[in-house]
Each structure stands twice: as structure tokens, then as C-alpha cells.
Design a protein around this ligand. Sequence first.
Ligand SMILES: Nc1ncnc2c1ncn2[C@@H]1O[C@H](COP(=O)(O)OP(=O)(O)O)[C@@H](O)[C@H]1O
Ligand SMILES: [Mg+2]
Length: 287
Amino acid sequence: MNIQAEKLIELVKERHHQSKSRKAKFICVSSGKGGVGKTNFSVNFSWLLANRFDKKVLLIDADIGLGNVHVILGVSPEKNLKLLMKGADIRDLIQTYENIDILLGFSGIDSFQELESIDTITVINKLEKIADIYDYVILDAPAGINENVLKFAVSSDVTYVITTPEPTAITDAYALIKTLYKLYNYDCIKIVANMCRNKNEGFSILERMRASCENFLSFRPKVAGVLPESFNLKVAVRKREPVAISNPQDQYVLALMEIAARETGEILKEENSGFFEKLKKFLGIKS
Ligand SMILES: Nc1ncnc2c1ncn2[C@@H]1O[C@H](COP(=O)(O)OP(=O)(O)O)[C@@H](O)[C@H]1O
Ligand SMILES: [Mg+2]
């Protein structure tokens, strides 16, 4: 085993230990393949947790080099993590947007040397120190299966792995799960199918993925949910506004709301007692 892998395994053990004592739940949003909807998931999920579930949320654009949370939110990144490496307080780098604290720290770093000077582990350690004021810390991770994604994932209490119905996205999502599980024994994984034509399409993809994991890895990731293809989402991206704000009744937003409710534990209580009624009330829809 190489030194990097050994270091990561140590990190996983340390994180599992630390995460039990920290208050905030760290959620990593990852995928394997790019362009499958991680950033939209992260932004809208954060917005729903903060504004529909009254949670204190820190959203981090951890897509080093290609961060675009700010593009979807229509804000400009004021400060980046270069300052952190120079000793700045991480709290001073946080901006707020609609009750979400956001750290756009990796945006605006425009040379490879600058990127290399940022140590992900230092960032995570600094985050641990401020995490107590949050209920959730959401990390919008980079695509690919690189060291940064793995560090963010293994440092998180839950890693959502997003795929779409495309075979290439499914293969890459499976490869990421396999790496996390086989190399790092990390199993806090929930799978999401995005851009689906209907629920059946999504759930059959997720079931097939689970079967492959079971057959080849002897491990079954949890199913988080299915998100539909949404025209409103595309329009919202162009308007630089989260679809949860522009179209609160869109099917994508409602499906994401279910995932968020399951994450906070509220669906378990509400499932049999008019969850959708409560949802409609939340969203101001008359039944
Ligand atoms: N559920 C969806 N329905 C329709 N289009 C989507 C959906 N999710 C993502 N997209 C499209 O895919 C593009 C990339 O999404 P993004 O969230 O930036 O992906 P990633 O962060 O994984 O690269 C979006 O700009 C949007 O056009
Ligand atoms: Mg992205």
C-alpha cells in the first residue's frame, strides 16, 4: 500500500472518532463523473435545510479549481482560501446567502501553484473548529476520484454519490464507491439518481448499483432518492438562482425536500401522518 493510502486510512480512523463528538453533520456531495448535478444538489439541499428545516448550514464549494457554487447563487466570491493558508481566520472567509453560510474559498484561485499551496487537511481541521455552531456542513466536492475527493468524503459523516441514468455516470459512481469502500473501508454512502425521466427509471438504476455493490464488494450503499429531470432547474441556473427559490413546487425541489427530510429524520416521524400535507404547508401550497 502506498504512503498516501496509509495516510488516508489513518485519517478515516481519526475522523470516525472525531465525528462522534462533533455537533455538525458533515455531508460530502460527490459523483465520479462531472456535470451530473452535484452543485445544484448541494446548493438547493443547503437552501432547503436552512430555510425549510431551520437548520444552521455551512455550504462549502470544495470543487477545487472549478468551483461554481457562486455562479449558481449569483454572488461573487469575496475571499478565497489563499488567505487561510496565510493565517486568516476561517470565519472571516464566510459569506452569507439566504440564511446559508457559504465558503467559496476555492474559487478565484488561478494558478496551479496556488492550488497546490492549499492543504485540504488543514482546511478540514480549521473547519472542525468552527463546526460546532452548525447543524450541517455541506461539501460540494470535485468530480473524479482524486485525493481531494477522497479526503473530503472520508472526513464526512455521510457521502452522497450522485449518478444519472447515463452508463458512464453509473460506472464512475460505482468506481468511486468501490474506492471508498475497498481502499478506505468507508461505508457511510447514500446513492442518488438525478435527471431521471421518472421514479421507476431512477430506482431501477439505484437497485442495480446496489446489487453490483453487494455482489462485488459485499456492501450495500443506502438509497437516498431519485431526482427528476427539471426544465425549471435549467432555467434557474441561467438566472443564477437556486430552483428551490424560483420554483418551490417543482418536482425536483419536492423530491430533494424528501431527501432532506430523511436526512434530518423528519420523514420517519411524518411518513404516516401527512408528510405531504406538512410539505405543502411549508411551501405555501393550498391543498
Ligand atoms: N435534475 C436536473 N434536471 C435538469 N438539468 C439538470 C439537473 N441537474 C443538473 N442539471 C443540468 O446539469 C448541469 C450541471 O449541473 P451541476 O450541478 O453544475 O453539475 P456538477 O456540479 O456535478 O458538475 C446544470 O447546469 C443543469 O443544466
Ligand atoms: Mg459542480
